[in-house]
Design a protein around this ligand. Sequence first.
Ligand code: ADP
Length: 318
Amino acid sequence: MVEDPRGPRVVLLGECMIELQGEPFGTLQQSFGGDTLNTAVYLARCGRAAGLRVDYATGLGEDPFSAVLLQRWAEEGLGLDLVRRIPGRLPGLYQITVDARGERSFHYWREQAAARAYFDTAPDADGRPQPSPLEAAAEAIDVLYVSGITLAILGEAGRTRLLALAQRLRARGAQVVFDNNYRPRLWPDAATARLWYARLYALCTTALLTLDDEQALHGGITAEAALDAAWALPVAEVVVKRGAEPTAVRLAGQPWQTVATVPVARVVDTTAAGDSFGAAYLAARLAGAEPAAAAAAGNALAARVIQHRGALMPREAD
Ligand code: ADP
């Protein structure tokens, strides 16, 4: 850990998209969303009292939408020095349509999103790619947090750069936290995803797993088989989120423990349940809590988040 009176510095790398909600060609409500951004916001809120410094690293464009995103994130207290503004690129976009039965469907425009080009840096005089802001800051990072979506959107070359960065961070004692968030449509096939997940698991210190996603990643294996596979991962700290079922945690060499979730009578919207869990869990661990106590903090925050519409609860609700 870097000694700093302000507390550890956590950097989350990923993609946040512009969100449109409403009928096609009707009145659209604009917002923004993304798994790692949600975690960054909740982490900044949870860690404020302890002096935690939370940075969000992503690619944005030079457009007015990107400017507003930066402004909103700054209002949440996120450090934004590691954001790259990439000329000619724009943030990704998705639309949520809610049908008469309340079922939500999502449509994405994200192939060309700026976040995907985060590691596409120009070559230096020797023809080597220049470091991205994140790589340039590697000596000053205590925790790097990425998700399966981060891994998916970066593409082959970006993923290779990310793994090299993770290796450097581990070599100097920093932590690498990975939330599995597996989204099959972002990958050419499951085998490619499994390959990259395995490479990242070999480098991370904490794995935050949603059991459903781990089952899907392995071709629909049973929950029991996915749990066995999770405990066998080469990761010192593994947390398994299972919706309303008790959360399971284990440290290397220790038996796993379960931690009850908080009963919620009326679930309004499960968006960001796992993202907020990860934030409260990590904030508690960085403040010195044991994994079981940190999981209880994660379950408590997620239970509140799912009683609100949208990913981010109003700040007053914290
Ligand atoms: P994800 O949001 O990543 O799909 P889960 O569905 O497993 O992950 O939910 C993440 C966390 O949200 C759980 O570990 C739990 O703390 C909380 N949670 C989710 N659904 C419920 C529920 N119905 N009741 C109480 N807590 C829940």
